[in-house]
Design a protein around this ligand. Structure first.
Ligand code: ZN
Ligand code: ZN
Length: 174
């Protein structure tokens, strides 16, 4: 979604659009979604463009502990300030202290590609480790059973006993 700077004429001018998965090159492959519904409200103040963004996406991924599928709807909001690249050089000296570094970005030329900022935000909002629930029991590292659905006896059988498999074989013989 590209917006020409001259297109921004009034305060909180709204642009709504959907980003398809194929538009998002930087989101990792392990996150699956069809689209991100985006709403941007732009306000121009001299050279600076304020972006108030909100988005909604349904993301499918896998739990890092039990490998089970996770489907979650995420709705989030963010705000950032865009400045033309030409302002970047002068900016270091007279930047307003109230704006944090993270909230400022720069654009080149006379248009803003809004999609990239939403993609960035989805990446920022995605935790590095994803679990299906806070109480996820994970998988047994001995037998591979998903402990959320099944119990196994591995813990009771003495994990560090080197004769465990031997004993099992003898049991079978008898
Ligand atoms: Zn899990
Ligand atoms: Zn087990």
């Amino acid at each position: 979604m590209k917006v020409k700077i001259t297109q921004i004429q009034k305060k909180n001018q709204k642009f709504s659009f959907a980003l398809k998965r194929s538009d998002c090159q930087r989101v990792e492959d392990r996150y699956h979604f069809d689209k991100i519904d985006c709403l941007a409200e732009l306000t121009k103040n001299h050279e600076q463009v304020q972006v108030k963004g909100s988005y909604k996406v349904v993301i499918s991924s896998f739990c890092d502990q039990c490998l089970g599928e996770i489907s979650q709807t995420r709705e989030s909001q963010f705000q950032l300030f865009l400045l033309p690249e030409s302002a970047a050089k002068n900016d270091l000296d007279d930047r307003e202290i109230t704006l944090s570094e993270l909230d400022i970005d720069y654009f080149a030329g006379l248009e803003i590609d809004l999609g990239g900022y939403f993609e960035d935000q989805v990446i920022l909002d995605t935790p590095l480790v994803q679990v299906c629930s806070e109480n996820c029991a994970g998988i047994c590292n001995q037998c591979g059973v998903n402990l959320n659905f099944k119990q196994c006896d591995c813990r009771n059988q003495g994990l560090n006993n080197p004769f465990r498999s031997l004993r099992k074989n003898t049991d079978n013989l008898i």
